[in-house]
Design a binder for this molecule. Structure first.
Ligand SMILES: *[C@@H]1O[C@H](CO)[C@@H](O)[C@H](O)[C@H]1NC(C)=O
Ligand SMILES: *[C@@H]1O[C@H](CO)[C@@H](O)[C@H](O)[C@H]1NC(C)=O
Ligand SMILES: *[C@@H]1O[C@H](CO)[C@@H](O)[C@H](O)[C@H]1NC(C)=O
Ligand SMILES: *[C@@H]1O[C@H](CO)[C@@H](O)[C@H](O)[C@H]1NC(C)=O
Ligand SMILES: *[C@@H]1O[C@H](CO)[C@@H](O)[C@H](O)[C@H]1NC(C)=O
Length: 288
């Protein structure tokens, strides 16, 4: 009995000694000098690692260009997006309930305010249409910042929110805006042919969608808005838009709409990327 207790005490004092041994002045079995050397070693080791990391990062950053992406996929077809846009791609509202469409109208007003003609005239150029607005850098001299072309809000006519401040929502003829996502240096058409948007219903809804009107005429994204040189180079870039107005869509029923880009250089959605060059959304207009 007592033997075990003594062994216990001995064991615990051994343990205490292995933490701090007052006779040899060792902490965890090492003297102060030994600890000092270890700390010094690790300090130098980590300083060396940090130095290596900083040097590598610095070399990498030297190879990057602020104005151009270093890596970019070859001609990929960009996705498209609609405005107004909620959490889902759904435009569902009731004509008689102003609250159900007011947020769409506010959303469009905000989105379109930089397209105001006066603002466009102040910031951007009146470019010749149907041709690219090329502003290449010469050998060593950077041609920055680059100018951008005017996209006047009034081009959207009935969908500009100027003549009809509800964008047709209150009459059951809503406007939806479509934009093509930006891709730096993309040339979306050749032979002076601008890409254009067409919309239609998914097969089972084809008799519900009714006639559509496009603004600007033919639903084109004019070539003059391309190529896009990036946010840093083209500070005032105004993304071109196409507005689609549903003139006589069936009421009180879901209509699945799909809009796609038509271009002689961009391929529309392969199996690999269903979102390339198209956007789908649900439209439902209730009468009360
Ligand atoms: C754009 O024009 C609309 C209608 O005239 C006006 O309500 C809005 O404040 C303008 N936005 C800007 C940014 O000037
Ligand atoms: C935009 O509007 C302004 C003034 O209304 C006009 O002078 C200009 O030519 C228009 N630009 C384009 C590209 O239509
Ligand atoms: C951008 O717009 C501002 C006015 O808003 C103008 O002073 C400036 O020159 C424009 N810059 C370019 C590169 O177009
Ligand atoms: C719209 O397309 C038609 C047929 O492709 C063409 O004749 C017409 O000039 C185009 N209109 C505009 C404004 O581009
Ligand atoms: C609108 O569509 C309905 C069928 O959904 C049709 O009966 C009506 O004549 C159309 N109105 C116009 C003005 O085309």
């Amino acid at each position: 009995m007592s033997g075990t207790k003594e062994e216990d005490r001995k064991g615990s004092s051994e343990w205490r000694d292995s933490f701090w041994n007052p006779r040899t002045h060792e902490l965890l079995g090492r003297t102060a000098k030994s600890w000092g050397l270890i700390l010094l070693f690790y300090l130098i080791f980590y300083l060396f690692l940090a130095g290596m990391f900083t040097l590598t990062m610095y070399m990498l950053l030297l190879t990057l260009d602020d104005y151009k992406p270093t890596w970019q996929d070859r001609l990929t077809t960009p996705g498209m997006m609609i405005r107004p846009k909620g959490d889902q791609l759904e435009i569902v509202y009731s004509i008689s309930d102003k609250e159900s469409w007011d947020s769409f109208v506010q959303n469009l007003n905000t989105f379109l305010s930089p397209y105001n003609d006066t603002y466009q005239v102040q910031t951007n150029d009146n470019c010749p249409p149907d041709q690219y607005f090329i502003q290449e850098d010469s050998e060593e001299v950077r041609n920055n910042p680059k100018r951008s072309c005017q996209f006047n809000r009034t081009i959207l006519e009935d969908c500009s929110g100027m003549s009809d401040s509800s964008y047709g929502f209150n009459s059951g003829q809503p406007c939806i805006l479509i934009k093509l996502n930006r891709v730096i240096n993309m040339l979306p058409g050749k032979d002076g042919q601008s890409p254009y948007v067409t919309c239609g219903a998914k097969r089972e809804d084809s008799d519900k969608i009714g006639p559509l009107a496009y603004f600007p005429p033919n639903g084109t994204f004019n070539l003059m808005y391309y190529p896009y040189y990036g946010k840093k180079s083209q500070v005032n870039y105004t993304q071109p838009l196409v507005a689609v107005k549903f003139l006589n869509a069936s009421l009180n029923t879901d209509i699945n709409v799909e809009c796609k880009i038509n271009s002689n250089t961009l391929a529309v959605g392969s199996e690999r990327d269903k979102f390339a060059g198209r956007v789908s959304f649900k439209l439902r207009i209730n009468d009360k």
